[in-house]
Unconditional design. Structure first.
Length: 125
């Protein structure tokens, strides 16, 4: 795979992330992400998994590989969000606290590192 194709793949995953964490995410989803197993937290991560599935299928990945990477993204995304939300809740950080923004930035960086790892896994397959 050429480097430009890899960059397009990562960019597509980042666009998917923007859509799922932005327009498709509701306040109720955010509220439930701190409760392990809560339906709307699962739905939010499922949106990410489905988006990842679509991205890998569009770039021509075999269906089983795309499904596996999507499932991995779903699980990792869910646990990153759950952990971040509970850290923020535990320390009672709000948007006025610099620690809130550090936690949010760490959360977003971990999601982006996940996309790099998924891309690397796809390239090895």
């Amino acid at each position: 795979m050429q480097i430009t194709s890899v960059l397009y793949l990562v960019a597509a995953l980042q666009l998917k992330h923007f859509i799922c964490d932005g327009p498709l995410q509701t306040a109720a989803m955010v509220k439930q992400k701190s409760i392990y197993g809560a339906w709307l937290g699962i739905v939010h991560s499922a949106f990410h998994g489905i988006g990842t599935l679509i991205v890998f299928l569009v770039v021509g990945s075999p269906a089983l590989l795309a499904l596996s990477l999507a499932a991995l993204d779903f699980m990792v995304h869910y646990h990153i969000d759950f952990t971040k939300e509970n850290i923020i809740k535990y320390f009672r950080w709000g948007v006025q606290d610099s620690q809130f923004w550090w936690a949010l930035s760490a959360d977003q960086a971990l999601h982006q590192f996940t996309y790099l790892a998924l891309t690397a896994l796809a390239l090895k397959a």
